[in-house]
Structures are given as C-alpha cells and as structure tokens.
Design a protein around this ligand. Structure first.
Ligand code: XIL
Length: 345
C-alpha cells in the first residue's frame, strides 16, 4: 500500500541496496525488491568459487540472471566480490600435481579471473568489492594469513585493484571489511587504505559491511570511522547492513575458557522471539545509524542491506549472528537462534 519505497525517501541521499539470491527474483519478493531498492548485490553468485569453479570454466548463469533482472528494472548493481579467502575455489591455489602454486602463477590466475569477470559485466556493474576481508581480526596482527597472503604477501591487494581498473576504468572500486568501526581493526584498515592511496592505487572507497548489533556500534564509533576513512579522500558504502536482535550480554563468571574470553560480552540471549522490546531497540539502532548516514551524505555513496527479509538472513545459521558460533555460547550446532535482523519479515 505504500506508494513510495525506501529508495524514494532516500533519493537525495544515496542508493538503497539489497543483497539478493535467485530465490528472491520471483513473485512477491521480486516486487518488494523493485518497490523498495535501487541497487542490488548478488549475495553469493559472483564470488570466485561459484562463478569460476574450474580453471577453464565459468558459471555465469545465476549472476547473469541477477544482472538481467536489475537492468530490466533500472536497478544499479554492486559486484561482490573479486577476491576473498572464503568461497575461493581450491584449484586456484594448486598446480596440476597438487603442489602449491607460485606467486607468479597465482597473480596470473587472479588477473585472468578479475579481467574476465569485470569485462563480462562491463558497463553494467557500477561498483565492485575488489578485495574482501584482508585484515586480521587479531589486533596484534595486521594482514589475515589467507592463501592469498601466504603465497603473494600483500602485493595481491594493489594488483587486484589494478586488474579491475584496467578491465573497467569506469567502475568504482572498494575494499570491503567487517568490524571496520572497531578501533583496533579500524586503525589497521586505515593503514592499509592509506598505503593504497599513497601508492596511487585505483581505489574509490571502503565498504563497511555493517553486520551490527543493538548496541554496537555506538554513534561515536560509527562517526569516528566515517571521519577517518573519508579523511583519506575515499568514499564509503555500507555494504552488508543487518542488525541482529541477539543483544550481547555479560559473560557469566564461570565461563572462562580462552574461546569464551575472546567473545566476552557476546553471549547470545535465549530465543524468546522478536519481542516488542527488542523490536523497539532495533528500530532505535536503525534510526541512529541512518541519522548519521544522512549527515554523511557527501561521503556515503550507498547503503545495502544484507538480504531482503529475515527469512533469507545468513545470520540464523550462525547463532543469530554472534561471532564464533559455539565459542559465543551456542550450545549445539542444532540450536537456531533467530536474528530478525532486517526491515522486512
Ligand atoms: C555470506 C552469505 O550471506 C552466505 O549465504 C554464504 O554462505 C557466506 O557468505 N561477509 C561477506 C559476505 O562479505 O559475502 C558474506 O555473505 C557475509 C560476510
């Protein structure tokens, strides 16, 4: 019954996006996408493993279907992603005899992959997440010790941006990561971004994923991150916004293992459903972050929700979205703690 969608209310600010999978491209879900959103991100179908399962085989089917849907409905498209430690195909890092590839071979394969994929969607994808989650969560470390890093050192990051830029000079190129507003990780991401900017690597901006909680981030931390990243002259997109209702609570004194220590204050509350109290807290957190996004409209160039509605959220299979699964207090792998993280149910 609503005449206007989110995208219309936000037309003087930035595109409002949504992560989509194939299931959402039909029926009521597709109508909801078209009504509310003017940007889409394929949730999985452009990742390296799904789209490039074998060295000489690309699987364009799902990604093409999402792109065709978006083009037909005049919806912008963010590509996600060109390089990640997860959902990367095993063959990428191995020679025919099973041994590990050299740096030269891996960079050649990366170049082939990025050139082929970016070129396939040239002119249709306005922004790419080029490198995803390369910074370590451990604040005593810097780069994540992924296969990319193990084999290439940190060279793979500037190279990935250069390959993408060469394939489509008009596409905006982003570095994308989570917990990017938490001080220790923020400083590391800032340091990486600054080195790229200083080296004149073709990077447009930073994607702050935005997998958030009812009390996290605070407005101060969110503003600080937006200020720091934009001080580098970079644009910012919120790329994967969801706010779980699994409110962190204090760790009971008897839980004192190392795994739990890492997740102090991150124990999930029991699933009592989506109560009015939780709904109100979630609305307040959504309001807070969007109030800030609007104040930063000169640097924020897009806000994307990580999926269309609660039924599709990736968080439900992860204890409602708290890092660490079992370590975060999930008692059994069969425990489902629903996250109710999105605007639509
Ligand atoms: C998630 C998808 O939502 C899941 O369906 C998939 O099983 C795993 O990946 N950071 C990212 C996204 O950059 O690609 C992830 O998406 C969520 C975390």
């Amino acid at each position: 019954n609503y005449k206007k969608g989110l995208k219309d209310y936000y037309k003087n600010y930035f595109p409002i996006g949504v992560a989509v999978n194939m299931a959402a491209l039909k029926g009521a879900d597709s109508a909801l996408i078209v009504h509310e959103f003017n940007s889409v991100t394929p949730e999985n179908d452009m990742k390296m493993g799904p789209i490039h399962p074998k060295e000489n085989e690309y699987n364009w089917k799902n990604a093409d279907a999402i792109v065709d849907f978006a083009v037909k409905h005049h919806i912008k498209i963010r590509g996600h992603n060109l390089l990640w430690h997860n959902q990367a195909p095993g063959w990428m890092f191995k020679n025919a005899d099973g041994s590990e590839v050299s740096k030269e071979v891996l960079l050649k394969r990366l170049k082939d992959h990025i050139t082929t994929v970016v070129n396939h969607y040239k002119g249709k994808i306005y922004a790419w997440d080029v490198v995803n989650e390369a910074i370590d969560d451990d604040s005593t470390k810097f780069m994540r010790n992924s296969m990319w890093y193990k084999i290439c050192g940190d060279d793979f990051i500037p190279k990935a941006f250069e390959y993408a830029h060469a394939a489509d000079p008009k596409a905006a190129l982003y570095y994308n990561d989570y917990n990017s507003e938490h001080p220790a990780k923020r400083e590391h991401i800032y340091k990486l971004l600054k080195s790229l900017v200083d080296a004149k690597v073709p990077i447009t901006g930073v994607g702050m994923q935005g997998h958030w909680k009812l009390n996290d981030p605070t407005p101060e931390l969110l503003r600080k991150a937006l200020d720091e990243y934009s001080s580098l002259g970079l644009k910012i997109q919120i790329t994967e916004l969801d706010i779980t209702i699994r409110m962190p609570r204090s760790r009971p004194a008897n839980l004192n293992t190392q795994a739990n220590a890492a997740n102090a204050n991150l124990l999930p509350v029991p699933d009592a459903g989506f109560t009015p109290e939780l709904e109100q807290k979630q609305a307040a957190q959504y309001k807070m972050v969007f109030d800030i996004f609007r104040q930063y409209k000169n640097v924020i160039t897009g806000v994307t929700f990580w999926n269309l509605s609660d039924k599709y959220s990736w968080l439900d299979s992860r204890g409602g979205g708290l890092a660490g699964g079992a370590a975060a207090g999930q008692t059994s792998s069969r425990t489902v703690r629903k996250a109710y993280p999105l605007l639509f149910d």
